[in-house]
Design a protein around this ligand. Structure first.
Ligand code: MN
Length: 287
């Protein structure tokens, strides 16, 4: 099942290049009073909602995906956990380039030593919303990454069981200001986390460990990798992350970027693609 959020926070079912409005399925979500439970309500209820979504889709008219404004497929993630330097060749390019490592040990060690970091949820947008460059004097790079959406509460999960905790996958862009500061600052600016174009549920991607991913800027291929080259695989990352954090439904795991990170500037158009998920177009503009 492929689900998107579009236009005015509508829920859509995507099939064959068309989207059907299935927002009425959300009527079945439990209503809560403050304080709200942790996590994204739709992702938490997704297994029970699938039949309603299919029924709503059967009654809806299809609209071409190209005619709608795509938002982040997860509306309310509790946290965005991200893996730094999780592809060997990207680690090598960081070590080789002072503009990427800034003489910081935090930037040049493998993920097991560097650990994970958090991006502010407020940095999240969908592909229709534009990356807005806020410090034009600073180098700002694209990073294309497989994004994992957690489906249920996960704590101290073992590698072998980790994929059972995944609701689905989308494309993630971890837009990053380069510099010596903490990653959580440099990567959490408004609009610097792009998720899209939609959520592909995990049953459609049984093996996230062999997916081609790429990003082109203004038609020029910049990054091209495959998730088989991840240092910590998706199950390994879930095991690692849940040994530190409890993950909740809708939490996002950005799995790291392959080599080829490079600057973007206002006016650029990014085309990102991941095998089994699809592609998305994201524009970069000035503040
Ligand atoms: Mn990254």
């Amino acid at each position: 099942m492929i689900l998107c959020q579009f236009n005015d926070n509508r829920l859509g079912l995507v099939e064959n290049g068309s989207v059907r409005d299935v927002t009425s399925a959300l009527d079945a979500l439990p209503s809560h009073r403050y304080p709200y439970p942790m996590g994204d309500a739709l992702i938490a209820a997704l297994p029970e909602l699938r039949a309603r979504i299919s029924n709503a889709a059967a009654l809806a008219q299809p609209t071409a995906v190209s005619k709608v404004d795509l938002l982040s497929p997860v509306a309310n993630p509790g946290k965005i956990v991200a893996a730094p330097v999780n592809y060997k060749k990207h680690l090598e390019e960081v070590i080789a380039n002072p503009a990427l490592h800034h003489q910081s040990k935090l930037h040049t060690q493998e993920i097991h030593k560097t650990g994970l970091f958090l991006k502010a949820t407020g940095s999240m947008i969908g592909p229709s919303e534009n990356v807005v460059i806020q410090h034009p004097d600073r180098r700002t790079d694209h990073e294309v990454e497989l994004a994992v959406v957690i489906g249920k509460r996960a704590k101290s999960v073992r590698h072998e069981e980790a994929l059972h905790f995944v609701a689905g996958y989308c494309i993630g862009l971890d837009i990053s200001v380069r510099g010596p500061e903490e990653r959580s600052l440099r990567k959490s600016l408004d609009t610097y986390t792009v998720l899209g174009p939609w959520l592909v549920t995990s049953d459609e991607i049984p093996d996230p460990g062999n997916l081609d991913l790429s990003i082109a800027v203004n038609g020029e291929l910049r990054q091209h990798g495959n998730t088989r080259d991840l240092i910590l695989s998706v199950p390994g990352l879930i095991e690692f992350a849940t040994s530190f954090y409890t993950l909740f439904p809708g939490d996002i795991l950005l799995t790291g970027t392959p080599e080829g990170v490079a600057p973007i500037q206002p006016g650029d158009v990014m085309h990102a693609r991941i095998e089994g998920i699809g592609k998305m177009v994201v524009h970069v503009r000035a503040a």
